[in-house]
Design a protein around this ligand. Structure first.
Ligand SMILES: Nc1ncnc2c1ncn2[C@@H]1O[C@H](COP(=O)(O)OP(=O)(O)OP(=O)(O)O)[C@@H](O)[C@H]1O
Ligand SMILES: [Mg+2]
Length: 307
């Protein structure tokens, strides 16, 4: 794959921002030990405006929170951003039981002596890199208080009993956050105030066509167009509240194509990866109708793929 900055140029992303990323790379070279943490993305994030907003936030030295519905490319964008800045990534999946020791580190006894085993936030702050705080809203707000000083102008973490950790100038924190479905939590003001919050849009139709053809280069372009239309229709029905957003799942749509390639019919594949995402029988009927009117259920690998 080519350098992601060439991709950004092709997408028409502002040259100023791209140069900013180039300068950042030159200014903050990464030591050998962490080079393998710099992502080499398999998929590009599509969406010029989102790219420009995200790059500007990080170049301004701020933390970024990507908030939006499922499968809008939040993690893909995190990876892509780290690749654009050529920064190593420390990924932390947030969950309800997490606490400061999980993030910062903890003393462990190896049978001989007590040593400090650093956590991902400690390493990211100290070594320089991008800390991806995945699904940050799923942790209890109180247990994240330890991050407050790292995320604001103080750029330091002071845990009693340990050294003061200074956050290196190139370190950035990127949070992701889902909302909209049951079980999602809100972020309190103390945390949300420390991020610039980018509201992640659903992918546009033209970009979706390119994403599908990029993921399945041997797909019949006409059928690709039908899949794009199917997504558009599901999106429209969701916006009109005719169906819930459970079946609006780009991940599912791409999964269906992988299954068709394995030999399932389009009907079988879309049933599992789109229709069955909702557990309400009536809603499933509605979604199945939308799916069948776009994509013939009996269609198989031979029609969907050229090879
Ligand atoms: N704008 C986009 N550009 C590229 N890929 C996208 C875009 N939107 C969605 N995707 C695709 O959607 C799928 C899910 O992406 P990703 O895991 O980053 O989503 P997410 O927003 O983190 O989802 P979740 O909230 O469920 O964790 C991937 O296959 C990704 O390629
Ligand atoms: Mg995600």
């Amino acid at each position: 794959m080519c350098d992601i900055l060439d991709f950004l140029r092709e997408e028409g992303v502002s040259e100023n921002l791209i140069r900013g990323a180039e300068d950042f790379r030159a200014r903050y070279p990464v030591c050998e030990e962490y080079k393998d943490r710099i992502p080499d993305p398999r998929y590009y994030y599509y969406g010029k405006e989102t790219w420009e907003m995200a790059l500007a936030v990080l170049l301004a030295g701020r933390n970024l929170l990507l908030a939006g519905p499922k499968a809008t490319g939040k993690n893909v964008l995190c990876e892509n951003l780290a690749a654009a800045f050529a920064m190593p990534v420390w990924n932390v999946s947030f969950h309800i039981n997490m606490d400061a020791t999980y993030l910062i580190g903890t003393d462990t006894f190896d049978g001989d002596r007590v040593t400090f085993r650093p956590g991902p936030i400690y390493l990211c702050a100290k070594e320089g890199g991008f800390g991806v705080l995945d699904e940050i809203n799923m942790a209890k707000n109180e247990s994240l208080a330890v991050l407050h000083s790292a995320l604001d102008f103080r750029r330091a973490i002071d845990v009693p009993g340990y050294d003061l950790i200074r956050v290196r100038p190139e370190t950035r924190f990127i949070g992701t956050m889902n909302y909209g479905y049951a079980g999602t939590r809100e972020l309190n003001e103390a945390l949300s105030s420390r991020f610039a919050i980018l509201s992640m849009p659903e992918i546009g139709s033209e970009d979706l066509g390119r994403l599908i053809m990029n993921s399945f280069p041997d797909m019949n372009p006409k059928i690709c167009g039908q899949f794009v239309k199917l997504f558009e229709e599901l999106l429209l029905k969701t916006q009109k509240a005719e169906i819930s957003d459970r079946a609006l799942d780009l991940r599912g749509l791409l999964d269906a194509l992988s299954m068709i390639r394995q030999g399932l019919t389009a009907g079988q594949a879309l049933e599992m990866s789109v229709v069955n995402k909702t557990f309400d029988e009536y809603e499933r009927t509605l979604i199945r109708d939308v799916v069948n009117s776009r994509i013939p259920a009996a269609m198989g690998r031979g029609e969907v793929f050229l090879r």
